[in-house]
Write a protein that binds this ligand. Sequence first.
Ligand code: NIG
Ligand code: FE
Length: 402
Amino acid sequence: MKTLTGPFTQILPFTGLPLKGPLKDSQLQIINNGWVLSNNGRIVTIGTLERLRKDHPSAQINEITGDNVLLPGFIDCHTHICFAGNRANDYALRSSGKSYTEIAKSGGGIWDTVTQTRAASEATLTELLVKRADRHLSDGVTIIEVKSGYGLSVEQELKQLRAIKEASYKTKATLIPTCLAAHILPKDFEGTRSAYLDDILQNLLPIVKKENLANRVDIFIEDGAFKTDQALSFLDKAKRLGFDVTVHADQFSTGGSAVAVEIGAVSADHLEASKDKEIKLLAKSDTVAVALPGASLGLGMQYAPARKLLNAGACLAIASDWNPGSAPMGDLLMQAAVLGAAEKLTAAEVFAGLTSRAAHALRLTNRGTLATGAPAVMQAYPCSDYREILYNQGKLRSQILY
Ligand code: NIG
Ligand code: FE
């Protein structure tokens, strides 16, 4: 069925923009007082009511009142929202001066969430995840990447990934699962880090493939997690099994981004510790640099060098990293607005990082834009100028339109 939705004071389709490097707001295509013609949930074209109604007289009219700015739904290309419990204790300890790694060593950190998540049933995890996905959806985030990584055994990782699959049927948001069994070495694994990575490759990933639970594999490269040489060999084997790979890279120390580029990872995420050398490497590659301002806010540390990455020519996406430890807030738009203010990013760069460039981080085609043929999953902000959205730093709420 054909539908004409509008009018919109401004429509920003995010089509035709370069994938890499700086963007000026003047590069944005802005359609004033436009309408969207969709057919069975897919975008056909954008234009004036007069022309569209003449060409498609039978289209049903969906009239929107007041001033509204239309954007594609946002894409959060990095989250860990399949978890149980919380880590308020870690947060309090951090605020009193203890470091993330100190807290992890003293029994808090990722392992604490693993314990709480293992104790939850698959049904409970599904329910918690659906609630978080629906909250994100009501904040304009229509596609959400969700990592496992709080199970850390074959059985428990499968439980998380199956909960993500089940949740995807119960929320209107699109969930993109990623296997992060290589988050840390689980405390109860009897063997070395390399033996654990082998266990994942031999005993977990074949089931993940067979049950179609994820086509992406992630690893945390850091002191206290996995080393670069171990990660390189792990990711190489995961790629050979047919997975796209991505890396938690350069969060506290460098090394991860070079692995990501060498192996051809789809993205390298975090990058708070990246320096000129890493920035150059990423800029030359097709690996998307993903900034996670929510983790910087949660940990009270510096942002990823987003401005320098763009100036060097990288593709920059912005994601929330929503997780119970380092990034408990999960408000993607607020975080992106704050990163933009701190790093001097144009609105075009921020919004591309939440739409078309985030789609590239997940290697999704036809998503994150309002291009012909793309699903008509859109959001309307009650304002007359797109710049008001970041100016309100997350407080302007959109209406999702399908
Ligand atoms: O992306 N850095 C590693 N992993 C997560 C944190 C997970 C947690 O603390 O539970 C991150 O920040
Ligand atoms: Fe993360």
